[in-house]
Design a protein around this ligand. Structure first.
Ligand code: FES
Length: 161
């Protein structure tokens, strides 16, 4: 895991945690090093604008993604989680993204049984040349999470309340 391609201001979380009065969606994005991270970087170097609500965690491949990372992110206050990697057929480790999709499919049914709000979890395939798709995905996902509000149900569920 590594740091995000975002600006210094976005990286240090300025304006989110300390705001207190106005809630802002907190989105954690687990993105693969080879495609989506490079696409996000391209968006940054092309000076495309997108909401600063996303915290990027770089992983070598979506095949490395463990669904428990998502649970950890929610436990630590995320309101939405995005997982994004290479398009099917383009994974640098051949089938990592297929494995990720399979793992998630199994885990998804468990989460649905537990009553998890599945709209707060998005999967996407974004290539290194799709800076615009990265921007579009972050804009849309931030909009969905903003409309839903803080993930209070999850906090209450883990607090036992
Ligand atoms: S290297 Fe990107 S999903 Fe496997």
């Amino acid at each position: 895991m590594s740091e995000s391609p975002q600006s210094e201001t976005q990286k240090d979380g300025a304006g989110l945690e300390e705001a207190g009065t106005s809630w802002e969606p907190r989105i954690v994005a687990f993105i693969c090093n080879w495609c989506t991270y490079t696409g996000a970087d391209l968006a940054g170097t092309s000076r495309m604008k997108y909401p600063p609500n996303v915290r990027v965690i770089k992983i070598p491949c979506t095949g490395r993604f463990d669904p428990l990372f998502m649970i950890k992110a929610f436990e630590r206050g995320a309101d939405g989680v995005l997982v994004s990697g290479c398009h099917p057929g383009d994974c640098h480790y051949t089938a990592g993204n297929y494995n990720a999709r399979r793992k998630y499919t199994v885990f998804k049914s468990l989460l649905e049984t537990l009553g998890m709000d599945m709209d707060r979890i998005w999967f996407s395939w974004i290539s290194a040349s799709e800076g615009g798709k990265w921007v579009d995905t972050i804009q849309k996902f931030t909009g969905v999470i903003r409309e839903k509000g803080p993930f209070q149900e999850y906090r209450e569920m883990i607090d036992g309340g």
